[in-house]
Write a protein that binds this ligand. Structure first.
Ligand code: ZEM
Length: 289
């Protein structure tokens, strides 16, 4: 929890962080630029929350969202994080307005999912902002590569502590947003409704037909229209015998997807965070819905 805004002990004791005010400030930012992508910063905020958390390694208990270490090199400049400066810069005025907050990126991801029509994400504060000299930089390579296979997916997400069902639910976030050739090299959205949280990613994956895209860029798949895309890793959710049943379930049952996504995304956002013992489990300052 960030320091209260004034030095006096009495003021510190009386200080109550207003997370609802921060939530509103984040929501107000989402649709401020109609020229940005599909008109919403929501998807890139979800990606920021995922990448700040997805560095976690359960074996060494290193990485994760505690510390907000993506503010610093080398993590800020990892290829996997290309383009996320857009999301970090967007949130800077919120940090200026609420200097006490040190959980901003994960909260923004949760708020964005909810604002785009998704489930309520269990979220609680407890992270700190590390100073540059306070931590050991993580090795690059902890985040997944889109051109790899099911083994890679299991290696990366298994290291964070996720099972197959959680992995499939989490990657359902690709219902949001798009790939940018100047960020990842890949190009295009997964669905025709990239600013609405839904199970459309799973419907497209199972009901549409996917072919290798013929182009000079990296391996990716496209549908007949050439407008929609899948990463190789997305295709492996369909091709892998153990992932596939969850893909089929979520394509049919949006409620199940919402429930499982909320649980898995809430878990992701908490990886490696040293919550105080008396902190309520999976509490949220605004019990919405
Ligand atoms: Zn993504 N993701 N992701 N992802 N992702 C991209 C975009 C977005 C993978 C991946 O390589 C890429 C999860 C899992 C995995 C989002 C959320 C989540 C892009 C495009 C790539 C290449 C980046 C660009 O060019 O801007 C791989 C390989 C994954 C696992 C195997 C999980 C888990 C996510 C959240 C829970 C989101 C929302 C986007 C869209 C970002 C945007 O700017 O529109």
């Amino acid at each position: 929890l960030g320091a209260p805004p004034t030095g006096s002990p009495a003021a510190a004791a009386a200080f109550k962080p207003d997370y609802n005010a921060v939530r509103s400030a984040i929501e107000d930012l989402l649709d401020t630029n109609p020229d940005y992508d599909d008109g919403s910063y929501g998807p890139v905020l979800v990606r920021l929350a995922w990448h700040t958390s997805g560095t976690y390694d359960k074996n060494t208990n290193t990485g994760g969202s505690n510390g907000a270490t993506m503010r610093f090199a080398p993590e800020a400049n990892w290829g996997a994080n290309a383009g996320l400066s857009v999301a970090r810069d967007l949130l800077e005025p919120v940090k200026q307005k609420f200097p006490w907050i040190s959980d901003l990126w994960t909260l923004a991801g949760a708020v964005a999912v909810e604002a785009m029509g998704g489930p309520h994400i269990p979220w609680r504060p407890g992270r700190s902002d590390y100073a540059p000299e306070q931590f050991v930089a993580l090795p690059d390579g902890r985040l997944p590569d889109g051109d790899k296979n099911a083994k890679h997916i299991r290696d990366i997400f298994g290291r964070m502590g996720f099972n197959d069902q959680e992995v499939v639910a989490l990657i359902g976030a690709h219902t949001l947003g798009r790939c940018h050739s100047d960020r990842s090299g890949f190009e295009g959205p997964w669905t025709n409704a990239p600013t609405t949280f839904s199970n459309l990613f799973f419907k497209e994956l199972t009901e549409n037909k996917w072919h290798k895209k013929k182009w000079n860029g990296p391996l990716q798949y496209e549908d007949k229209s050439g407008q929609l895309m899948m990463l190789n890793t997305d295709m492996y959710l369909l091709w892998d015998k153990k992932f596939k049943p969850y893909v089929q379930q979520y394509a049919k049952d949006e409620e199940a997807f919402f429930r499982d996504f909320a649980a898995a995304f809430g878990k992701l956002l908490e990886l490696g965070v040293p919550f105080k013992e008396d902190a309520p489990a999976a509490a949220s300052p605004t019990p919405k819905q």
